[in-house]
Ligand binder design. Sequence first.
Ligand SMILES: Cc1cc2nc3c(=O)[nH]c(=O)nc-3n(C[C@H](O)[C@H](O)[C@H](O)COP(=O)(O)O)c2cc1C
Length: 253
Amino acid sequence: MNMEACGLNRFFAPAQRERFFHAVARRRSVRTYTADPDVGQMSALNYAAARVCLPGVRIVLGEAPAALLYRHLPFVTAISGTSRYAAVIANGQADPHAAIHAGISGEALVLEATALGVGTCWVMAFKRKSVDIPLQAGEKVLAVIALGRFENRDESARKRKKLTEICAEDPSPWPLWAYNAAECVRQAPSALNRQPWRLSFSGRTLLLTQTGGCDLDMGIALLHLSLGLEQRPHEIRWETGKNIASILSEDRI
Ligand SMILES: Cc1cc2nc3c(=O)[nH]c(=O)nc-3n(C[C@H](O)[C@H](O)[C@H](O)COP(=O)(O)O)c2cc1C
């Protein structure tokens, strides 16, 4: 058994976690922007980008015309109307968990932006040559996050798998914290909306298993898993292989 503690434990302050938690339900991918973030939003985003990075991760804000930066995907609305983005950079030589950390840190920036009223979209289909950010040895841009202002529209509910489809067994008898954590993972964004995660509960731990997708998806799910517990104390430990991590919380309450 791998007993290594995850760097996410106690990394974010309680006030930050509360902000993120409330942003989870409000966030959805925005692809049609009306403008770049304003000056105040940009400085708050710059501050947040520096503060959300776990070991092996750097998030740098950049600027590039949307038409040059994003690849067009069939059946997906092209991203337009903003030139601002955040590059999510991981250095696997600096930390073995850098790629999953990048998912955690990038999603923290997404939720911080959501709290600021800034629209976001994670993008892996981007053109690397349009990202004009000097990289250090071992660094790779895993994704960019589009950032911009948008008009509030009443959009239909996000398409998500049912909770029973992402849980290995019926979650209704689980302790409330585990059920809430699974529900928070269910709302997470993922590449191509694959939702490539499986949750199972045994003893006092909830286990996150990868069923496909990429490391960024796993990091995003881990942050959501932890946020679902709100301020309840818990401990996340790395697991091995497709079992990404487990989360332990005492169930005295
Ligand atoms: C790691 C990652 C990569 C993504 N890459 C793209 C992309 O290249 N282009 C795009 O339009 N959306 C991309 N998305 C956005 C997903 O399609 C979106 O999160 C998913 O469909 C769920 O919708 P929602 O974010 O509105 O909840 C990506 C999301 C994640 C998490």
